[in-house]
Design a binder for this molecule. Structure first.
Ligand code: ADP
Ligand code: MG
Length: 233
């Protein structure tokens, strides 16, 4: 379970995250939605302790993330941007992560198979497509078999087949009782994957609701979302 209380982050005059309070629960996929610049990535960096809040706090299963000695076993994360050395293979990237977290070598092969990269695992990651890079990021997040997963825009760069694949993967991980928190600026796709939605705009909470309640009888998720975001302009 992830608890965010009055979380605020300012960069100079920009308030990237503005007094956010919400809880992400295990057992279903929670989508973290908002247009570009809404503060999703900043919130996720704060959740991981990679950036310091101006105010408020994040607790993951009751603890601040940095307090954990074996972080990959507590939270698996994929953040924005390429985080591999381009000359290194996927296998060696994951092996290095595994070894620094005392995860057995056999787990590297397992996660490569889970994300469909087993055949490409020995190639240097510098030659990977965006979709392959996303799959590698997901493999890295799964390495420690964590109960909590944070994925920042994992659908970016995936082809239609990859999008269907990730939808099933996220649902399966949640059905296993994990907490799955996944950001996106794509609305329609999200209704098919997530049961719960946290929507932000300009750093502020706009909705913390189920997909069914947000859509209601007023048409599509897309329409509901446009109405919500429109309210902040
Ligand atoms: P999202 O992921 O929803 O697109 P971000 O969290 O990346 O949004 O950005 C939210 C706001 O915070 C934007 O206005 C962005 O320019 C600003 N911002 C994010 N990171 C920094 C930073 N390191 N320094 C200054 N401003 C930042
Ligand atoms: Mg972002």
């Amino acid at each position: 379970m992830i608890d965010i209380r009055h979380l605020t982050k300012r960069y100079g005059r920009t308030t990237a995250v503005d007094d956010l309070t919400f809880t992400v629960r295990p057992g279903h996929v929670t989508a973290f939605l908002g247009p570009n610049g809404a503060g999703k990535s900043t919130t996720m960096r704060l959740m991981l302790g990679l950036d310091r809040p101006t105010a408020g706090e994040v607790r993951i299963d009751g603890k601040a993330y940095q307090d954990d000695r074996r972080p990959l076993h507590q939270v698996g994360a994929m953040l924005e941007g390429r985080s591999t050395h381009p000359g290194r293979s996927a296998y060696h990237h994951l092996l290095w992560m595994a070894q620094s977290n005392r995860i057995p070598r056999v787990r590297v092969q397992q996660v490569l198979e889970m994300v469909g990269l087993a055949d490409a695992a020995r190639r240097r990651t510098g030659g990977y497509s965006l979709g392959m890079t996303q799959r590698l990021g997901i493999a890295a997040a799964l390495l420690g078999d964590p109960p909590v997963l944070l994925l920042d825009e994992p659908v970016n760069g995936l082809d239609p087949e990859g999008i269907v694949w990730i939808r099933h993967l996220l649902k399966d991980l949640a059905a296993q009782g994990r907490t799955v928190f996944v950001s996106s600026h794509f609305m329609a796709e999200t209704a098919l994957t997530a049961q719960h939605l946290v929507v932000i705009g300009r750093g502020r909470l706009l909705a913390d609701t189920t997909v069914d309640d947000l859509v209601g009888d007023s048409g599509s998720l897309e329409d509901a979302f446009i109405r919500l975001i429109g309210a902040t302009r």
